[in-house]
Ligand binder design. Sequence first.
Ligand SMILES: [Zn+2]
Length: 66
Amino acid sequence: MNRPIVGYHLDDEQHWVAELRCGHNQHVRHDPPWTNRDWVTTPEGRAGRLGSLLDCRKCDENPPGP
Ligand SMILES: [Zn+2]
């Protein structure tokens, strides 16, 4: 389920985690060559992705109740 990014924080291992509007968090690692998200390494890049959609697997598995 696509959810907009509303913020970011670093986890204990200094990996970036996107905070989604649904309340879930999702890692947005920059881990080349498998995962290329060099935008996440700069403040400008992260700011530019605010409001963009990530596919939240937690919402797919466990949809919010009525
Ligand atoms: Zn979610």
